[in-house]
Ligand binder design. Structure first.
Ligand code: NCD
Length: 308
């Protein structure tokens, strides 16, 4: 039963519960007209303390396409946060006006704190370099769509594995599936955090860490590209040195499998050449659209509303 629950980490839901959300997303995708009014009278609050294009727009579009309404801010400077209001008071207040809240916050763990003060279901839209569970739902849905399964595959994650919260959430979620092997491709400074490695070791998940994409691209069923997370660097010189570590182009894809699926949470900076967009293996814009369907399904499940 997902009604009334929060979603702040992908493992808050079991594999079966994630499937339940994805199955609903699939039905919405195929039959959107049947859902245009299911959230009539409901309000989603979007609290974005950090920049966003896809996540905020897709949440807003999701609620509007379900017939609900949206309130919120995309700039904390335009709210009472600017006057010094605490996060707990903002969450309590917003919960008085809305039926469900989604928040993006630069501090890791902020959602764990916020849920203690929320009167309504709460969704983490990204907390610092920590987790991003709704992007993971999007990623799982897209992997399932491209491969027809979520078990038995080799997944390459490439780029900023240290600060990339989408990577952390995806690794956690995919580690629940059978016969998954990870190839972690990053410069040494941007390797995945220790706590994720510990989690994989504990579960007996097979993974290897490499620096060169060219050396492993032929092994992969999924290639998950990410940008170097500029805003989480302490030192600009390090960012400049590392930012163009990987640029995926048609030349590099020559050795890849013909049914490879290339994903990217976006925004892309430089890590995928535009020429790849027309390659049938590029899934990242389909992934963007899927993000709206899974958020529609998630909102419906947490609110406990059903197709009329
Ligand atoms: C990601 C994020 O915000 O973590 N974007 C997104 O939500 N689709 C990835 C990123 O910013 O690099």
């Amino acid at each position: 039963m997902l009604k009334g629950r929060n979603f702040i980490d992908p493992t808050d839901f079991t594999i079966e519960e994630l499937d339940e959300v994805m199955n609903l997303a699939q039905d919405i995708k195929e039959d959107q007209d049947s859902y245009i009014d299911v959230c009539r009278g409901k309000i989603l609050a979007t609290l974005f303390y950090e920049p966003s294009t896809r996540t905020r727009f897709s949440f807003e579009a999701a609620m509007l396409r379900l017939g609900g309404k949206v309130v919120g801010f995309s700039e904390p400077g335009s709210s009472s946060v600017q006057k010094g209001e605490s996060l707990r008071d903002t969450i309590r207040t917003v919960g008085c006006y809305s039926d469900i809240i989604t928040m993006r916050h630069p501090k890791e763990g902020a959602p764990n704190y916020a849920i203690d003060y929320s009167y309504v279901p709460f969704i983490n839209a990204g907390d610092g370099g920590h987790q991003h569970p709704t992007q993971t739902l999007t990623d799982l849905f897209t992997i399932r769509e491209s491969k027809g399964r979520l078990d038995d595959m080799v997944i390459g994650l490439c780029g900023d594995l240290k600060f990339g919260r989408t990577v952390h959430s995806l690794l956690k979620a995919m580690s629940e599936h059978k016969n998954i092997r990870f190839v972690l491709i990053s410069p040494e400074e941007l390797q995945i955090p220790k706590y994720i490695k510990n989690m994989m070791d504990k579960k007996g998940i097979e993974y290897k860490e490499v620096e060169r994409l060219e050396d492993v691209i032929d092994e992969l069923d999924i290639l998950y590209m990410t940008r170097v997370q500029k805003e989480r660097f302490f030192n600009e010189a390090d960012y400049i040195r590392l930012k163009d570590s990987y640029i995926l182009d048609e030349e590099k894809l020559k050795n890849a499998k013909s049914d490879l699926a290339i994903l990217h949470p976006l925004p892309r900076v430089n890590e995928i050449a535009y020429e790849v967009d027309d390659d049938p293996r590029a899934w990242y814009f389909k992934q963007v659209k899927n993000g709206m369907y899974v958020r529609m399904a998630l909102i419906m499940k947490l609110l406990g509303v059903e197709k009329c």
